[in-house]
Design a protein around this ligand. Structure first.
Ligand code: G
Ligand code: G
Ligand code: MN
Ligand code: NA
Length: 250
């Protein structure tokens, strides 16, 4: 059986999982959101990395049913998390394939409503590939989501092309600095300079900033000093199943 068929079985039998990783306010240490990350356990103890199955699922179109399942599951799970912490948001990663589908906006908003959540409790993470495919359409869609009250974030910021110029056009309210710029921030003055530049620009544009891939206290402290709003990474917690995330919140 090939990977594609095995992934289809995992979708059909609802054997995909979501893990959650906290996003933390660097000033107060408070958890503000949970990022949902898809996991596929192909056999007991054997996980296929998302970097492998997500691109495959985008090619085959399986990303559509997998993401529909993931979004509804993330809404279910947020309702559970809200019992522990009532002001939490959930962040969900989107693929360019979803973005170009008809009725995508309506589906997202309907799923939020079905789960008796508000649009303000949901944050969507986009990568630059969404903008490269058809940026007019993407910008119009991002605007619709923003006007409806959802948060829109650019993920992996700094790794694609033309990051700086398109930020001005995009109605996003948050960006996530890719961990490539965070991992050596203490040792490499050039990486710190890049992060400072991104923070200055984001401030001018009124965009909040998340640093991802924070692995040490020193990095968290430095980023807070530089004025970065939020952080995410192994220093705070690794991605974990809902039950563990609930313990983490408690
Ligand atoms: O969980 P991990 O850090 O290994 O994730 C690797 C990549 O897979 C990240 O770039 C992440 O954005 C992507 N990813 C994880 N879950 C999802 C998902 O539900 N949908 C999409 N489109 N991408 C995801
Ligand atoms: O592209 P995206 O940001 O959605 O992917 C998040 C990925 O980063 C997940 O696969 C997650 O497991 C991984 N990740 C989260 N925190 C850290 C970290 O501190 N260090 C490293 N190396 N990876 C991390
Ligand atoms: Mn992400
Ligand atoms: Na990222």
């Amino acid at each position: 059986v090939n990977l594609r068929n095995q992934f289809q079985q995992a979708i059909d039998q609802e054997r995909l999982q979501l893990f959650y990783q906290p996003i933390v306010d660097l000033k107060t240490g408070k958890v503000i959101a949970a990022e949902a990350l898809m996991r596929w356990q192909i056999h007991e103890g054997n996980y296929v990395p998302p970097a492998k199955f997500i691109p495959m699922a985008e090619t085959t179109g399986q990303i559509i049913p997998a993401s529909q399942w993931a979004f509804a599951q993330a809404c279910d799970d947020l309702r559970v998390m809200l019992q522990q912490q009532s002001d939490l948001q959930v962040c969900v990663n989107l693929s360019a394939v979803q973005f170009s589908r008809a009725n995508f906006f309506e589906q997202i908003v309907a799923t939020i409503e079905e789960h008796q959540l508000t649009n303000q409790q949901v944050e969507l993470e986009l990568t630059e590939s969404i903008l490269m495919d058809d940026s007019e359409h993407a910008i119009a869609l991002i605007n619709r989501f923003r006007e409806a009250g959802l948060s829109m974030t650019i993920d992996d910021f700094g790794t694609g092309f033309s990051s700086l110029s398109y930020l001005k056009k995009l109605p996003v309210n948050k960006l996530k600095i890719d961990r490539a710029f965070i991992q050596d921030i203490i040792k490499k003055p050039s990486d710190e300079a890049i992060v400072r530049g991104i923070l200055a620009m984001a401030r001018q544009l009124n965009i909040a900033v998340v640093a991802e891939g924070i692995e040490t206290k020193e990095q968290a402290v430095r980023l807070a000093e530089l004025g970065c709003d939020y952080g995410q990474g192994y220093y705070f917690a690794k991605p974990m199943p809902l039950a563990e995330f609930m313990e983490f919140l408690a």
